[in-house]
Design a protein around this ligand. Structure first.
Ligand SMILES: Nc1ncnc2c1ncn2[C@@H]1O[C@H](COP(=O)(O)OP(=O)(O)OP(=O)(O)O)[C@@H](O)[C@H]1O
Length: 834
C-alpha cells in the first residue's frame, strides 16, 4: 500500500490520511537498519557479560546485600543505608537478586549464553548455535533445574542457606507439589524431564524395541512427516556420524569447515574424501518391501534391463524436496573440491615456449605439389576439375574434384604412383572424403611443424571446454585444435610401432586431464608393465592415483597385480552400479548431481564418485603373460563401465589379433593409431589401412565410429610432465591414494565351493553377515555388500558359505534367497553349533 502513495509533496502530506502509514514505514526501515542491529547486538553482549559478572559476584556477596536490595525493591526512593558489596553496584545486585534469589536460582546463568549468542547474531549476522532452539531449551531447563534443585532444598529444609540454588520458582513449585503428593514429587519432576526429552529431541523410541532395525524404522516413517521433523531427524543422523565433519558444518562458518575437513582426513577411513553431507531422511516406496536383487552384470546387453530395473524394481527413493532445499540452503551445495580447498591447478608457465618461426609450407612447395598431382593423374588419363590445398602441421591436404565419369577406385589405386612422383613417403588418399564429395590426397610437408603442448592446452577452446573429461590431442589437418571428451569415447585403444609417439600421446591425455580436473573429480589407475614410462606420475599419488589397499606402489608394474587391480576395478564397478541403482540414477553424472544437491545419504554408502581412468601402457606384455586373466576383466570393464565413470585407455606396440582380440576390440569404439609397421596391423587396429603410411613423430589416425581423422599429436616433453607432476605433488594431497576395493584371488579366497565349506575356515564376516541376513530376512548378496562394505565377490562367497551352513536357501535366479532361520535366538544357537 505504502508504495502506491503519491510522492510526498507538501500538499499531499497535508491532505493525505495515510501520513501515519508513511511514518510506520520509516519506523520499519529504522528497525531493519543494519546499524541498529549492530548496536543492539553489542548491547546484548554487554548485558550478557554484565549478568555473568554480577551473578558470579552475587554468589559471594548476595547474603550481605540481601536486606539492602530487598528494601530498595520495596521502595526505591529511600536512600541506601550502605553501598552494596556487589562490584556491579546496586543494579548489578538487584538484577542478580531478582533472577537468582527470587526467580530461577543458579539456572539463571543459562540466560547469559542466550544473550551472548543473540547479540553476536544481531551484530555479526552469524549464528554460532541455533538461537531459537537454544532459547526454548534454556527456558525449560531454567525452570526444571530450579525445580529439581528446589526439591532438595525443600526436603532438606535448607532454604535459609541454599535458596540461591533453586530460586523462588523452584522452591514454591516444590512446596505446592509436596502439599499434594509428598516426596513423590520427585517422580513428577523426573517424568517432566523424560517427556521433554522424548518429544523435544524426537527420541527414536522404536530403537528400544528388540530386533527392530534402522531400516524398519525408516520404512515406518510416515511420509507425511513435516519438514521440521525431517530436519530434526537429519540432524540426528548427523550426530551419529561423529566421524564426519558435518557437526562442524552446522556450527562453524564455511571457511573453518573447509580447513577442518582437510585436517580430519583419516577419520573417514574407507574413502579419504567421503563427503561431509547431511542427508534427507528417505522414506522408501512400497517397493522397498521387495528383496533387493544382487546386481550381476555379465554383458552390455544387460544394461537396458538394468536401467529398467532401476526404474521398476529398485527401492525408489522418495525425497522430501523441501528438506533438501533446507539443507542446501543451510550448508550450500556439496562441493567435492573442499576436500582440498587450496588446490591449485597447474599453470601454463610449466610448459615450454617454442619459437614457431615462419609458416612450414611455402607457396612454391604448394604449387609444385599440386602440379605434380595433376600431372601424375593426367598421365593415367584422369582429368581434374579443381584442386584446393589445406595446410596442416604435418601434412597438407589436397582436395581434388575429378572430371565427370572418373572412377574413384582408379585414383585410389594410384597411391604409390603419386607418392613416387612427389618423392614423398606417407601419402594417403581418402576417396571420397566423407561428406564432402571430394577426393583428398594427404602429402607430408617437407618441414613439419611441431605442435607444442602449451599452444593446445593454453588454447581458448580447451580452456573453455565443458567436457567431462576433456583431452586435447593435437591439431587436425586444417590446423584446428582437436579436443575430445574421454567420457563420451568412452574407451580408447591406442596402437603404434615403437618410437612413433605413443608415450607422448599417453602423456598428452594425462596432462590434459591434470590441467582440467580437480583431484576430487578424477583418479587414474596406471598400469605400466614397461616399468619406466609412467613412473613420472608417482608424485601425484596422493592427489590423482588410485591403488589397491596394501599395495606398495600406486603405479602397477607387476602382471599379477594387474590382474588383481582389474578385478578390483570390476568390484568397484559393481559397487558403483549398486549405488546408482539405490539412487535411481542412470549414470555417474546424474548420480553426482544428486549427491551435490544433498539428495543421497553418505550413511548408506553414497559418496561423490570421481571418474576413474585406467591407463595401460603396454597391453601386449600383459596378454602374453596373463592372457584370459587380463582379457576378461578388460572386456567386462569396457562393456559396462562407461555409465559409472570408469574409462579405459589401453595402448599397445603390437596391434596383432592375439593382443587386440575380438572381445577387446568390439568394446573399444574409439581407436587411435600412430604409425604401424604393416597394413595388417593398421587393419587390426583401425579396420582399414592407412596407419602404415603415417610419418611418425605423433602423426596419427583417430577412428571414432565410422569417421577417421588424421591428427598431429601435440608434443609434451618429459621434463614438462615432470614439472606438472611436481607442481601438483608439492601441494597438499589426500592422506593416501584413492583406495580400490580389495580383491582376493581365487587361491586366497575363503573357498567358494559349497562342498568345500569348512566351518572353521569361514570368512571373518560370516557371523555378522548371518545376523544381518536373519535380521532382515533377506538372503541378498547386495545387502551384505552394502552393509558390510565388501566387494561383490566376497559378499557372493559369504552367501555361498551361508547356504552351506544352512542359513539361507539355494540360489533362485533373480529372486533373493530364502532365509531358513527365522529369528536371532535360533541363529545364535545355530552359530554356536557350527
Ligand atoms: N607429437 C610429437 N611431436 C613431435 N615429436 C614427437 C611426437 N611424439 C613423439 N615424438 C618424437 O618421437 C620420439 C618417440 O616418441 P615416444 O617415446 O612417444 O614413442 P613410443 O611410441 O612411446 O615408443 P615406445 O613404444 O618405444 O615407448 C620422442 O622422443 C619424440 O622425439
Amino acid at each position: 500500500m505504502a508504495r502506491n502513495i503519491p510522492k510526498n509533496t507538501e500538499k499531499t502530506r497535508e491532505r493525505n490520511p495515510t501520513q501515519s502509514i508513511s511514518f510506520d514505514f520509516n519506523i520499519k526501515k529504522i528497525l531493519q537498519s543494519e546499524q541498529l542491529h549492530f548496536v543492539l547486538g553489542i548491547l546484548f553482549i554487554l548485558l550478557g557479560v554484565f549478568m555473568l559478572f554480577s551473578f558470579s559476584s552475587h554468589l559471594f556477596t548476595g547474603d550481605a546485600d540481601q536486606s539492602e536490595v530487598e528494601d530498595n525493591l520495596q521502595s526505591s526512593i529511600e536512600p541506601l543505608k550502605k553501598q552494596p558489596k556487589n562490584p556491579f553496584g546496586l543494579y548489578g545486585a538487584k538484577l542478580a537478586h531478582l533472577l537468582l534469589f527470587r526467580l530461577f536460582g543458579w539456572s539463571a546463568f543459562l540466560l547469559v549464553p542466550i544473550l551472548l549468542i543473540a547479540g553476536y547474531k544481531l551484530s555479526f549476522k552469524k549464528e554460532i548455535l541455533p538461537l531459537e532452539k537454544l532459547t526454548w531449551q534454556s527456558l525449560f531447563y531454567m525452570i526444571w533445574l530450579s525445580t529439581f534443585l528446589g526439591f532438595f532444598v525443600f526436603m532438606l529444609e535448607a532454604e535459609e542457606k541454599w535458596s540461591n540454588l533453586c530460586g523462588g520458582i523452584g522452591y514454591f513449585i516444590n512446596e505446592y507439589l509436596y502439599g499434594f503428593i509428598g516426596w513423590a514429587s520427585f517422580f513428577v519432576i523426573s517424568f517432566v524431564l523424560i517427556v521433554f526429552i522424548v518429544y523435544y529431541y524426537k527420541v527414536d523410541t522404536s530403537s528400544f524395541a528388540a530386533n527392530e532395525t534402522e531400516e524398519d524404522v525408516a520404512l515406518a516413517t510416515p511420509e507425511s512427516e513435516t519438514a521440521e521433523d525431517n530436519i530434526a531427524e537429519a540432524k540426528n543422523i548427523k550426530r551419529v556420524r561423529a566421524n564426519f565433519e558435518t557437526i562442524l558444518a552446522e556450527e562453524e562458518p564455511e571457511e573453518e569447515l573447509a580447513i577442518d575437513r582437510e585436517d580430519n582426513f583419516d577419520e573417514a577411513n574407507i574413502r579419504p574424501f567421503l563427503p561431509p553431507i547431511v542427508e534427507t531422511p528417505i522414506a522408501k516406496s512400497n517397493n522397498a518391501s521387495k528383496s533387493p536383487v544382487a546386481l550381476t552384470i555379465e554383458n552390455s546387453d544387460d544394461i537396458p534391463e538394468i536401467i529398467e530395473e532401476f526404474e521398476d524394481e529398485a527401492p525408489i527413493l522418495e525425497i522430501n524436496e523441501s528438506v533438501n532445499d533446507e539443507l542446501v540452503k543451510k550448508f550450500g551445495l556439496y562441493d567435492p573440491m573442499l576436500d582440498l580447498p587450496h588446490y591449485k591447478y597447474p599453470t601454463l608457465d610449466l610448459m615450454k615456449e617454442y619459437d614457431m618461426g615462419k609458416p612450414n609450407v611455402s607457396q612454391e612447395e604448394l604449387k609444385a605439389n599440386s602440379d605434380k598431382i595433376v600431372e601424375t593423374l593426367a598421365n593415367y588419363g584422369i582429368g581434374i576439375a579443381s584442386i584446393k590445398a589445406t595446410i596442416g602441421p604435418t601434412v597438407t591436404l589436397y582436395e581434388i574434384i575429378p572430371d565427370a565419369g572418373v572412377r574413384i577406385s582408379k585414383i585410389k589405386n594410384l597411391e604409390d604412383d603419386i607418392a613416387l612422383s612427389l618423392a614423398a613417403l606417407g601419402i594417403r588418399i581418402i576417396a571420397p572424403i566423407p561428406g564432402k564429395g571430394t577426393i583428398g590426397i594427404e602429402v607430408p610437408n617437407k618441414n613439419r611443424e611441431m605442435v607444442p603442448v602449451k599452444m593446445v592446452i593454453g588454447s581458448e577452446k580447451f580452456q573453455k571446454s565443458t567436457a567431462e573429461l576433456p583431452i586435447v590431442l593435437g591439431k587436425t589437418i586444417s590446423n584446428d585444435i582437436f579436443i575430445t571428451d574421454l567420457a563420451k569415447m568412452p574407451h580408447l585403444l591406442m596402437a603404434g610401432a615403437t618410437g612413433q609417439g605413443k608415450s607422448v600421446g599417453l602423456n598428452m591425455i594425462l596432462t590434459s586431464l591434470l590441467y582440467k580436473k580437480h583431484p576430487s573429480q578424477l583418479k587414474f589407475v596406471l598400469v605400466d608393465p614397461k616399468k619406466v614410462e609412467l613412473t613420472l606420475f608417482n608424485k601425484i599419488e596422493r592427489h590423482f592415483l588410485a591403488m589397491l589397499p596394501n599395495a606398495a606402489e600406486a603405479i602397477i608394474t607387476d602382471t599379477k597385480k594387474v590382474v588383481h587391480t582389474l578385478n578390483s576395478l570390476c568390484i568397484e564397478m559393481d559397487n558403483r552400479y549398486n549405488l546408482l541403482k539405490d539412487a535411481g540414477c542412470r549414470n555417474l553424472k546424474e548420480y553426482n548431481v544428486k549427491f551435490v544437491n544433498r539428495r543421497l545419504n553418505p550413511d548408506k554408502g553414497h559418496y561423490f564418485m570421481p571418474y576413474i581412468v585406467l591407463i595401460i601402457d603396454e597391453l601386449a606384455d600383459l596378454m602374453m603373460t596373463a592372457g584370459k586373466d587380463v582379457e576378461q576383466p578388460i572386456a567386462r570393464l569396457a562393456q559396462l563401465a562407461r555409465a559409472i565413470g570408469i574409462h579405459l585407455v589401453v595402448a599397445t606396440q603390437r596391434p596383432s589379433v592375439n593382443v587386440i582380440t575380438g572381445t577387446i576390440k568390439a568394446n573399444f569404439p574409439a581407436r587411435l593409431s600412430f604409425k604401424v609397421t604393416s597394413k595388417i596391423d593398421s587393419r587390426t587396429i583401425l579396420d582399414t589401412g592407412g596407419a602404415e603410411q603415417l610419418v611418425g613423430q605423433g602423426d596419427m589416425l583417430l577412428s571414432m565410429g565410422s569417421d577417421i581423422i588424421r591428427l598431429q599429436c601435440a608434443f609434451v616433453d618429459t621434463p614438462e610432465v615432470e614439472d606438472v607432476c611436481e607442481f601438483i605433488g608439492n601441494q597438499q594431497g589426500y592422506d593416501s591414494a584413492y583406495m580400490l576395493p580389495e580383491f582376493e584371488g581365487e587361491s586366497e579366497g575363503g573357498g567358494s565351493e559349497k562342498s568345500d565349506f569348512d566351518p572353521s575356515n569361514r570368512d571373518q564376516f560370516f557371523d555378522e553377515a548371518a545376523r544381518l541376513i536373519v535380521t532382515h530376512q533377506q538372503g541378498s548378496t547386495s545387502l551384505i555388500q552394502r552393509r558390510l562394505k565388501l566387494g561383490y565377490n566376497r559378499a557372493g562367497r559369504l552367501i555361498d558359505q551361508l547356504e552351506a551352513a544352512g542359513i539361507v536357501g539355494q540360489f533362485e535366479g533373480s529372486k533373493a534367497r530364502e532365509v531358513l532361520i527365522k529369528d536371532m535366538e535360533t541363529l545364535e544357537r545355530h552359530l554356536k553349533s557350527l
